[in-house]
Design a protein around this ligand. Structure first.
Ligand code: UT7
Length: 331
């Protein structure tokens, strides 16, 4: 069949964060930092840390179960699972395969995508298109990260920033009276791979006996440079989807940005002309959870009634790659 273009809605959201809280004060006992520095520079107060034996797939499955429940669907009905992560359980197979098994979603095709903090919205755009053209009736998309396993806990410039968690959404064909994903945007600038990466542990730089103590399999970031690009790219991406959806900034009930730094969020909010007080923030509780961040925020905003059916929302993200993405959704 050709020429199909089904509308696609978000039928349910879910999120999960580990129980263990790591506060700024506790971090200040490990490295030369303070609650004051971390909070004023980033807006973060605390983050969650996965338990011993708790993997990215476990967090992903926990978030997914809640999204399925809200969507009123059984795992066996799901046809496609995409997990966005840079901290997979194993390099292969994909974390999505473990999630498929844990959920009992045995009828789903499952794979991962690696687009860092932008992964959840990359997954949203891909799965929206795959449902719109009739290839699948529904999809479970998940952003999940166990960043605590890829942080150098001796480096104060990065270890204070990141946390663990997962967020999920069920997408399916929309009925005419339901909301839908109105517009999406993605972008990449591979000239800037060096600004934010995990240099070791891949085929370019395997971990060996001679470099095992160099912390190469941990996140490295040129924060100031990343900051600048994040503000510009997220502003542009958000404006693009607002305009493609034929909306004005004042039509947006809620902006859900990537949760990396409150100063970045404030800078974008100031440049977007969306009325004040419409930007959702939860990074004080979780820090930067990369691909999970916007997904957890979407679920928290949804469940706490920040927006209601018929409202327009905009999600916008930015991360390593460099990558960025945005989506405008009528709820
Ligand atoms: O998720 C993907 C996207 N990621 C982002 O968007 C992150 C973007 N970048 C940022 O959020 C910020 O650049 C950071 C929060 C990472 C850093 O903030 P900054 O205002 O750019 O600080 P800085 O790196 O310029 O560091 C300022 C000072 C330095 O000291 P000197 O050189 O001025 O003496 C750092 O050594 O703060 C020092 N510093 C710290 N001090 C106490 C860096 N980290 C810490 C720390 N505690 N944890």
């Amino acid at each position: 069949m050709s020429g199909l273009d089904y509308q696609v809605c978000i039928a349910g959201t879910g999120s999960y964060v580990p129980e263990k809280i790591l506060t700024n004060e506790e971090l200040a006992k490990r490295v030369d930092t303070s609650d004051e520095w971390i909070f004023t520079r980033t807006g973060i107060r605390e983050r969650r840390i996965a338990a011993e034996g708790e993997f990215t797939s476990h967090m992903a499955s926990n978030a997914a179960r809640k999204a399925l429940e809200q969507a009123g669907m059984e795992a066996s009905e799901i046809q496609l699972i995409i997990v966005a992560t840079i901290t997979p359980d194993t390099i292969t197979p994909a974390t999505a395969c473990y999630v498929q098994q844990q959920l009992g979603a045995s009828n789903a095709v499952a794979f991962d995508i690696s687009a860092a903090c932008s992964g959840f919205l990359y997954a949203m755009k891909m799965s929206k298109r795959m449902i719109a053209d009739g290839a699948f009736e529904n999809a479970l998309i998940i952003g999940a990260e166990k960043l605590s396993a890829f942080v150098n806990w001796e480096d104060r410039t990065t270890c204070v920033l990141f946390g663990d968690g997962a967020g999920a959404a069920v997408l399916r064909r929309a009925a005419p009276e339901e909301g839908s994903i109105l517009a999406t945007e993605m972008g990449t600038d591979g000239k800037l791979t060096h600004l934010l990466n995990i240099p070791g542990g891949g085929s370019a730089c395997p971990i060996t006996e001679s470099n095992v103590n160099d912390h190469l399999a941990t996140l490295a970031m040129q924060g100031k440079e990343v900051f600048k690009h994040a503000v510009n790219r997220m502003k542009q991406a958000a404006e693009t989807v607002i305009s493609r959806a034929d909306l004005q900034p004042e039509d947006i009930a809620c902006v859900i940005p990537h949760q990396a730094n409150l100063r970045i969020i404030d800078a974008i909010a100031g440049r977007l002309s969306v009325p004040e007080g419409r930007v959702f923030v939860n990074l004080d509780k979780y820090g930067n959870t990369s691909a999970a961040a916007v997904a957890i925020a979407l679920d928290e905003a949804n469940r706490s009634g920040v927006f209601k059916r018929g409202d327009n929302i905009v999600m916008v993200v930015f991360g390593a790659g460099l990558t960025w993405a945005a989506a405008a959704v009528r709820w």
